[in-house]
Design a protein around this ligand. Structure first.
Ligand code: ATP
Ligand code: MG
Ligand code: MG
Ligand code: MG
Length: 565
């Protein structure tokens, strides 16, 4: 075991604050700022101070170890990317305002990478020529940029943030399924090691494209995602992805963001068939977008709406009637209208059937019951139909019918089986065993590394402050010199003994700070053990506190050190 360095609080760049930052909405935001882990640079852009950097590095280390363990190879791609590959994939326009775009001195367009499917595809196209070069899994831990509409909640949602993104390349479906499985299992190990309580839920594929996808959600009040889970079976899904099957006639039908192939004429029958419900089913809500924000249609005093009569029911609600022209230049808007056969959803492209006044967008919403966090352009492509409906606690589980629970969570990871979307766009082929080109199939897998720090803070903090699990804590033990002279000398001795035993030590040797303030700071900073040399320092006795349980014990120094080691 190597001797560790003692970090002295007198030298540490971490100014703790007594007051919450004015703009802080979430617990993790308040505490990470107050405890001196991070400081805001600009909206959604953060500086990681020494304590925060240590936690961030620990999360990265665990992620790296588990990615290496499944045979993924670490690379580092640029964050500054040329426009062309994103034009080829279509995401230069699909991403809309989410993309940070810039121009070089010669007038060439660039972007700051929000995620790297395109670039990884090109790397593999350059490096791999034969099926024998595959499968391959590549990853990076890198700074990502997304011009989020509302970068709130501190590092939970940054405009600049750290992501681990990996990509798998296979020649067969089975190969892709295996790469996906390896990632899924690695993610479980990562979040277990981090000490993050998490759920794996069905998800929609979003702007990544592709088919199968699951999210890793960390339940927390500050979460911006809502998920359902079933108390009697293992069904769990992001409300973005819940597909409901009516249990009884007249039951609410819920659809996920479903795609109806554009050539089909969408009628109430095709829509109902696609949602897997009878055409006579009732709908509770329909999700649409208003002022750049997704909202659900709410029907006052009425939980359910006959699909066919949706138009009538909407009339008395807070429904904003719009004309077909209102959609011009707004491909991000979802529109629907009530036609001869009931509710019909229409493509975004100009549709002559949409007479002025028959298309609608709404502003009504019902607190805490609707699907949240759905963003057009991010979660579906603009030529797709959208139909997301409200889920409420107690709604029937689509698998077993039991009443669902509804909870808030933070999305900490997302895994996708992309299939051939990017391989097709970039012509990524390798020579197969028969000497013929074979199209490669891909997966993409993300973890919000910086977000995980905040998610951990959310889940573990208590009334006294942060409270880190041992694996990610910025130190193993926080030694407090509660007094000058004798207590300070004993604290120094304790720090040295602990460091020699391989423990990472934070030593509060600050002069002129009262023992009470030092203890409050130690609790706020949240290192697993707090060792206080104070009142009984003359007898060589210290107080050892378990930060999580709050249990305190007075012990001779050597015994206390032995307890921590
Ligand atoms: P969200 O729904 O929260 O906007 P996302 O679905 O857009 O996230 P992905 O594209 O799936 O995110 O990216 C992979 C991971 O990166 C997410 O699971 C999340 O942990 C993290 N992440 C995404 N956006 C941010 C952000 N703005 N700040 C911090 N982490 C983020
Ligand atoms: Mg997003
Ligand atoms: Mg998401
Ligand atoms: Mg996601």
């Amino acid at each position: 075991m190597s001797t560790q360095h003692v970090q002295r609080m007198s030298r540490l760049m971490a100014k703790t604050l007594r007051e919450d930052p004015a703009d802080a909405e979430t617990l993790s935001h308040r505490l990470l700022v107050r405890a001196g882990y991070v400081r805001r640079s600009s909206a959604g852009v953060w500086t990681w101070l020494p304590l925060g950097k240590k936690v961030l590095d620990s999360v990265s280390r665990i992620v790296r170890e588990e990615m290496d363990a499944i045979g993924a190879q670490e690379v580092l791609l640029p964050a500054l990317l040329p426009k062309e590959p994103y034009e080829v994939s279509g995401r230069w326009s699909e991403y809309g305002d989410l993309l940070f775009r810039l121009r070089d001195r010669k007038g060439a367009d660039y972007l700051l990478g929000p995620t790297h499917e395109e670039i990884f595809t090109l790397v593999v196209k350059d490096q791999c020529t034969s099926y024998k070069d595959l499968p391959v899994m590549l990853y990076q831990i890198q700074t990502k940029y997304r011009d989020e509409a509302r970068p709130r909640s501190g590092v939970l949602r940054g405009r600049e943030f750290q992501m681990k993104d990996s990509y798998s390349f296979d020649v067969t479906e089975e190969g892709l399924a295996e790469s996906y499985r390896l990632h899924r299992e690695a993610y479980v190990r990562i979040f277990e090691r981090l000490g993050l309580d998490h759920r794996i839920v069905s998800a929609v594929s979003g702007a990544m494209g592709g088919s199968a996808s699951e999210e890793f959600l960390a339940p927390a009040a500050a979460g911006e995602d809502t998920f359902v889970d079933c108390p009697s079976c293992d069904y769990a899904a992001n409300t973005e992805a819940v597909v409901f099957v009516p249990q009884t006639a007249g039951d609410l039908a819920h659809g996920a963001m479903e795609e109806i192939p554009t050539p089909d004429t969408p009628t109430i029958e095709t829509l109902a068939a696609h949602l897997g419900v009878p055409a006579s089913a009732t709908l509770k809500n329909l999700l649409v977008k208003v002022d750049g924000e997704i909202t659900a249609v709410g029907v006052p005093g009425d939980r359910e709406v006959d699909l066919g009569k949706l138009g009538e029911h909407l009339a008395p609600a807070v429904v904003e009637l719009v004309t077909a022209e209102d959609f011009a230049g707004r491909p991000d808007l979802v529109r629907g209208y009530v036609g001869p056969q009931g509710l019909e959803k229409v493509p975004y492209l100009a549709d002559p059937r949409v007479a002025p006044g028959t298309a609608w967008v709404t502003g009504a919403n019902k607190a805490d019951t609707h699907a949240r966090n759905v963003v057009c352009g991010r979660d579906f492509e603009v030529d797709r139909y959208l139909d997301v409906v409200v889920v409420e606690p107690g709604d029937p589980c689509p698998r077993c019918g039991a009443g669902l629970r509804l909870d808030r969570a933070i999305e900490i990871g997302h895994i996708f089986q992309l299939g051939r979307k990017y391989a097709d766009a970039f012509g990524l082929d390798v020579l197969g065993p028969q000497g013929k080109p074979v199209r490669v199939t891909m997966g993409s897998y993300g973890i919000g590394v910086s977000r995980a720090v905040a998610a951990l803070a959310e889940q573990t903090a208590d009334g006294r402050g942060l409270c880190w699990p041992a694996e990610v804590a910025p130190a193993d033990v926080h030694v407090v010199a509660a007094g000058k002279a004798v207590p300070l000398a004993l604290a120094e001795r304790a720090a040295e003994a602990l460091a020699a035993a391989g423990k990472r030590v934070l030593l509060d040797d600050r002069a002129g700070i009262s023992p009470g303030v030092k203890l409050t700071d130690a609790e706020l900073i949240g290192v697993p053990w707090i060792l206080v040399a104070g009142r009984r320092a003359g007898d060589g006795v210290v107080e050892l506190q378990d930060r999580r349980t709050g249990a305190r014990e007075e012990l001779p120094l050597e015994e206390a050190v032995g307890r921590v080691v």
